[in-house]
Every structure is written in C-alpha cells, then in structure tokens.
Design a binder for this molecule. Structure first.
Ligand SMILES: [Zn+2]
Length: 93
C-alpha cells in the first residue's frame, strides 16, 4: 500500500447552502480536539461558522500511542487479536 505525503483535506460544506467553504482559522484546544472557522465561498450566502474536529473512535491503533490520549477503539477491532499482534516480535523485511 502506498501512502501519500500530501494530506487529503475534504472541505466542510456550508450548513445553509451546501456550497464549499474555506478554512479561515484553526484553534487547537488539545491534540484530540480543535475548532475550525469556515467561510462559505458562495458569494450569495457568505455564512461563516465554527466546526469542531474530534476523533471519535480508533480504526487502526497507533504504533506510537500517546498515553495521555484516550480515544475509544472501534467495535470492529478484535481486542484479543490486537493484544497478540502487539506482543509478537517484529518481523524483518
Ligand atoms: Zn453558504
């Protein structure tokens, strides 16, 4: 699997007209919570709003977890299998 270095940013649509918005400002309250100020690019609308960005569940656990970050694991993760794989010695490529 190839992983791109470029982040993919999906724009948040305007809640009133559905047009694309531009992120004007971000404010990080913690590593797991930030607020972004979005401005609608529809000149007939002009709505500006604040949206929150917060991870709600982990799909693939981090290989370098921060012990101060507490985000629930997704229900699809088999906890027993995860524990076994974390305890396996790393295979050399
Ligand atoms: Zn709008």
């Amino acid at each position: 699997m190839r992983v791109s270095d470029k982040p993919t940013i999906k724009r948040i649509p305007c809640p009133h007209c559905g047009h694309i918005t531009r992120i004007r400002k971000t404010r990080e309250y913690s590593r797991a919570y930030r607020e972004i100020t979005c401005q609608c690019l529809n000149e007939k609308c002009g709505c500006t709003f604040v949206a929150s960005v917060e991870p709600v569940r982990i799909l693939v656990p981090s290989a370098i977890p921060d012990p101060t970050v507490h985000i629930p694991l997704s229900e699809h993760i088999n906890v027993k299998q995860l524990a076994l794989s974390l305890n396996e010695p790393k295979k050399r490529a």
